[in-house]
Design a protein around this ligand. Structure first.
Ligand code: CP
Length: 308
């Protein structure tokens, strides 16, 4: 593995999930990388990704350097050949090449603008890091994908040991426009397992075809949830009418809807707006904290692979 940007960097998803579950039973192995350093660069807020990546690195004996670019860094320029006499102070090329002198692996979080679809889906910021880095790059959630989250989600599902689980990825309401990254990525990963996958979303909130290809799409949420073993819920803004949010729709997951499932488990990557995305009683009986815990082992197995 040279970088970890998407499921395409993984040759065998099932083997990676198994290795992560093994690590979980004996996570503290500080002899693996005692002289190595992980750099974490955040353009956007984070709780789980920040803390779980640090914990994973520490489990392997690594040092960690965290940089909140927008708060404590110079304003970066991304354009090539730009005469930098405006608001930007440092070119991304110089910043990334410099960071590469200090760290052995570099993680980057960069959300989409949700205005220009083409620009977001080209992953301009992440690709600039890949282009200029002299060390492996790990996506800590990019404009379109969140692979560390998806790997943690697959670990959580695998731990339930259901032969061929029925998984529903359901859209949920949210007052602000959110990225499609978690949902895109979840589909990309789960499609490589033997699960039966359904995408439930209101009309106009289908995801990009490259992710939904081969996935059953239903616009009736409750019909889709019937017999499900897992209901993975997430809001995302429209891909078709890029960045648009939905008017208020009755898509909040509640106890009555969960009763339609096969005693199914509710999943969400967090953070989540309680009683908007799902009701308190659903969240309090869910797998969300198990998913959050598994973020450590998802990061740890990826760091270990990149170091070897
Ligand atoms: N799920 C997730 O990535 O959480 P954070 O945004 O808090 O890192």
């Amino acid at each position: 593995m040279n970088n970890f940007l998407s499921v395409n960097d993984v040759t065998d998803v099932s083997a990676l999930v198994k290795e992560a579950i093994q690590l979980k039973s004996n996570p503290f192995t500080p002899n693996v990388a005692p002289s190595k350093t992980l750099g974490l660069v955040f353009f956007n807020p984070s709780l789980r990704t920040r803390m779980s990546s640090q914990k994973a690195a520490q489990n392997l004996g690594m040092n960690v350097i965290v940089m909140d670019v927008n708060q404590s860094g110079w304003k970066l320029e991304f354009g090539d050949g730009v005469v930098m006499d405006g608001g930007t102070q440092e070119h991304v090329k110089d910043a990334v090449k410099t960071m590469s002198q200090y760290v052995d692996i570099l993680g980057v979080r960069t959300f989409p603008g949700l205005v220009d679809r083409e620009k977001d889906y080209q992953e301009e910021v992440l690709q600039q890091f890949v282009k200029h880095a002299e060390v492996p790059i790990v996506s800590l959630e990019s404009a379109t994908l969140h692979p560390l989250q998806s790997l943690a989600d697959l670990i959580t599902i695998a731990e339930k040991k259901i032969e061929r689980p029925k998984i529903v990825l359901s859209w949920a309401p949210h007052p602000k426009p959110l990225p499609q990254a978690v949902a895109n990525s979840f589909l990309e990963w789960v499609k490589l397992t033997n699960a039966e996958v359904t995408l439930a979303c209101p009309e106009g909130f289908e995801l990009a075809e490259q992710y939904t290809d081969g996935v059953k799409i239903q616009h009736d949420q409750q019909e889709a949830m019937k017999g499900a073993d897992f209901v993975y819920t997430k809001n995302w803004s429209s891909y078709a009418d890029y960045g648009a949010i939905a008017p208020e729709l009755p898509w909040t997951i509640n106890k009555e809807k969960m009763a339609l499932t096969n005693n199914g488990s509710f999943m969400h990557c967090l953070p989540m707006r309680r009683n908007v995305v799902a009701t308190d009683e659903v969240i309090d009986e869910s797998l969300v904290y198990e998913q959050a815990l598994n973020r450590v082992f998802s990061a740890q197995v990826v760091l270990k692979r990149l170091l070897s």
